[in-house]
Write a protein that binds this ligand. Structure first.
Ligand SMILES: [Zn+2]
Length: 200
């Protein structure tokens, strides 16, 4: 799942490729943009790039490491998501205890935090302490459609990677190609989806 698969997100891809080329990976990234436009896919591709033994610097997408990361089965790549309506302090504490250990197999531990704006106030404060003393092997990728709802002190410690709604023509082509919709139907669905593949 190399970055080339991330259609319609050229700015995000160039931000990430530049970081990788220079070997300067931040401790935390904020992937901000609407739902369903490729943020999770990009986060997994970054986790692959950091751990794939064949990365050059784009990940190969086909080795055992890349495949397991793509399937959510790699021990060094974890995903934290709201339990019910929010991300709770216990979830962040558990993550914090683990994040300071070396990776089990890969080069870098990667934590995806889905819907990061749903952290409770306690969870957010606990997470902030992690960012203030970042674990040396860990990379945090916060995914959010509502960056303004995060603590400013968290925002200021993350490198922003912006994601945008997908262009209508791109959604239309994808609907035709992947779901076999007829042209008029694909145009209609794409228009109603407001740039989100998930909503389409
Ligand atoms: Zn690989």
């Amino acid at each position: 799942m190399p970055f080339a698969d991330l259609v319609g997100q050229d700015l995000a891809v160039s931000c990430l490729e530049r970081s990788l080329d220079r070997g300067r990976i931040a401790h935390a990234y904020l992937f901000a943009g609407p739902d369903g436009v490729g943020k999770e896919k990009a986060a997994l591709a970054l986790a692959q790039a950091l751990n794939c033994p064949e990365a050059s610097p784009a990940p190969c997408g086909s080795c055992s490491t890349c495949r397991r990361i793509g399937e959510g089965l790699h021990p060094d790549v974890r995903r934290v998501a709201p339990a019910g309506n929010s991300i709770k302090i216990d979830q962040i504490r558990a993550l914090g205890q683990e994040a300071y250990y070396r990776p089990l197999e890969g080069r870098r531990k990667v934590y995806l935090i889905a819907e990061a704006h749903k952290m409770t106030e306690e969870a957010a404060n606990s997470f902030l302490r992690l960012l203030e003393e970042p674990p040396p092997y860990a990379l945090f990728i916060l995914l959010t459609s509502q960056p303004d709802s995060l603590l400013p002190t968290i925002l200021s410690r993350c490198q922003l990677v912006p994601f945008f709604p997908l262009p209508l023509s791109l959604l239309r082509d994808k609907l035709e190609r992947e779901l076999g919709l007829a042209r008029e139907r694909a145009v209609l669905v794409a228009a109603l989806a407001g740039g989100s593949w998930e909503r389409a």
